[in-house]
Design a protein around this ligand. Structure first.
Ligand code: TYM
Length: 332
């Protein structure tokens, strides 16, 4: 008998054009994984409203994010691609799982601390319980593997803890998911403040390379990237700017740090930054072309999302039924 493929689940918030960090940290791996795994990818719009969003922008960005998934190699004939709010079981399971998650586990999440510091005027309940919804996203599909960047490791850990607690009380229900974090590019840093991760919401345009930036804009951003004064291309904790650029170059060319150090021995940062910028343009350009082609055909895109929602709803209903039964909800 053919063994069932393992399940992969991952998602991205449609809160703006996604960044080079989102791409090399997560989405780039999604296409490759679908050959070996049974993959489900979601535009997680419910997560996005933990921070105030303009409704029209959110709607547009949801489609755009789905188009970027497709352009990045997600194939709807192999994987399920859907929008989170189209599958009510996420919110339903989230409620149940929230009852198995200690309050203290939520308040110590890095992202909660960061976002509440950034938006002190709106520290809402969703911001706190967000990791429970993320746990529901993952556990709803019996996920084995979750491709993510380093910044989501703590949230995944919480999902694992919730699953273990639930299984311990009610018998084996959820597989315990593992993270799939790439060796290079798992945390792309800001080009302006290399101690901070590159983030979609950064207001300094020069700090972030966006997936849809034009080649000349990308080149300019790399030329302006913060480095240091010793003009030596070497990876080292005391050189966060250069180390970040080396990671990006490595992620885009497949070259090791040793090869990169050798390549730029005796050369200045000018040459190095140009090479990094060109390697990024070469990686992003085909994705951009494909993105514009897909987004131009709204009907095609919406059709994929409709079919994706149907398949995801069917898969999700099975797990939700099982969980409802285990916790003792009456079914008629
Ligand atoms: P989000 O939307 O912030 O980011 C999407 C993915 O991109 C990765 N990432 C990065 N990787 C490398 N360098 C960076 N600078 C960088 N910035 C972001 C993130 O690690 C993530 O993998 N909570 C999640 C979305 C989510 C999810 C899920 C993910 C909701 N439910 C279930 C996996 C499974 C988030 O906010 O990611």
């Amino acid at each position: 008998m053919e063994q069932q493929k393992k399940r992969v689940f991952s998602g991205i918030q449609p809160t703006g054009t996604f960044t080079l960090g989102n791409y090399v940290g997560a989405v780039r791996n999604w296409g490759a994984l679908q050959e070996e795994y049974d993959c489900i990818y979601s535009v997680v719009d419910q997560h996005a409203i933990t921070v105030r969003q303009n409704p029209a922008d959110l709607r547009r960005q949801t489609r755009e994010t789905a188009a970027l998934f497709l352009a990045s190699g997600v194939d709807p004939s192999k994987s399920i691609l859907f929008v989170q709010s189209h599958v009510p079981a996420h919110a339903q399971l989230s409620w149940v799982l929230g009852c198995f998650c200690p309050f203290g586990d939520l308040t110590r999440m890095h992202q909660f601390k960061e976002k509440s510091a950034k938006h002190p005027e709106d520290i809402n309940g969703g911001l706190l319980t967000y990791p429970i919804l993320m746990a529901a996203d993952i556990l709803l599909y019996g996920t084995d593997l979750v491709p993510i960047g380093k910044d989501q490791k703590q949230h995944l850990e919480l999902a694992r803890n919730i699953a273990q607690r639930f299984n311990g009380i009610y018998s084996e229900t959820f597989p315990i998911p593992d993270g799939y974090i790439p060796k290079v590019g798992a945390k792309v840093m800001s080009l302006q403040e290399p101690e901070k991760k590159m983030s979609k919401s950064d207001t300094n345009a020069n700090a972030v390379v966006r997936m849809l930036d034009e080649p000349d804009v990308i080149m300019k951003k790399f030329k302006r990237a913060v480095t240091d004064s010793d003009n030596c291309v070497r990876a080292d904790e005391t050189k966060p700017g250069v180390t970040n650029l080396m990671s990006i170059y490595s992620a885009c060319t497949g070259k090791s740090f040793e090869e990169i150090e050798r390549e730029f021995e005796g050369k200045g940062y000018g040459d190095f930054k140009t090479a990094v910028g060109e390697s990024v343009v070469a990686v992003l350009r085909p994705v951009q072309d494909e993105y514009h082609r897909i987004l131009a055909d709204k009907e095609y895109l919406d059709d994929i999302l409709k079919q994706g929602a149907e398949k995801a709803n069917a898969a999700a209903a099975k797990m939700l039924r099982k969980v409802y039964k285990k916790v003792g909800f009456l079914s008629l």
